[in-house]
Design a protein around this ligand. Structure first.
Ligand code: HEC
Length: 164
């Protein structure tokens, strides 16, 4: 039997309202950020460009990612240190759709619904199940990589399971 605690629609509405009231969507577009993800070449099995985080283990980027994790409201759902809360932890070795850079980048950018539309299914089962909202336009690609570098730096799972 699997543990499954569905998030209530109300909890999501509150969380999403927090995210989208930041006005960050407008800011990111106004800055005209046009950073492109670091292309590693090729496409994955879901037709997504395979990308690699240019900031993994970069202390400066990780510090920036830590700030963004709070200022962009990631911490509201995932907990201050990413250890989970209303939404799944992002620091353990259970990854809902996979742990590679391409998957995480697209999950945070496009959200669960769009990722599933590309053929992804939930392969890892966290105790909390819900949809990750899309952050495209709320954070730039460059900020997104810094966020992921921060998430990587907090990884507390089995070191041999790392594929980034
Ligand atoms: C409204 C709540 C909410 C917010 C805000 C949110 N997330 Fe999520 N996140 C989720 C949920 C729910 C999932 C699980 C998605 C699924 O099962 O489809 C998830 C999944 C993830 C995962 C994959 C975790 C795993 O175990 O596979 C990462 C990484 C992640 N989020 C990073 C972020 C980052 C970075 C931010 C801020 C830019 C953020 N999230 C903001 C709800 C949220």
């Amino acid at each position: 039997m699997r543990l499954r605690t569905s998030l209530t629609a109300a909890a999501f509405a509150v969380a999403c309202a927090t995210v989208f009231s930041l006005g960050a969507l407008h800011d990111a577009r106004a800055r005209g950020d046009a950073d492109k993800p670091a292309a590693a070449g090729g496409k994955n099995e879901h037709g997504l460009d395979i990308v690699k985080n240019p900031y993994t283990d970069n202390a400066e980027a990780i510090a920036k990612g830590k700030d963004l994790f709070v200022s962009k409201a990631c911490s509201g759902c995932h907990g201050a240190g990413g250890g989970g809360g209303m939404c799944p932890p992002v620091i353990n070795d259970t990854w809902v759709y996979g742990s590679d850079d391409t998957t995480l980048f697209n999950l945070v950018k496009l959200g669960s619904t769009a990722l599933q539309a590309k053929g992804y299914t939930r392969v890892g089962q966290e105790k909390v199940v819900g949809d990750m909202p899309p952050f495209e336009g709320v954070v730039t690609d460059d900020e997104l990589w810094k966020l992921i570098a921060y998430v990587r730096s907090k990884y507390a799972g089995d070191p041999s399971a790392k594929n980034w």
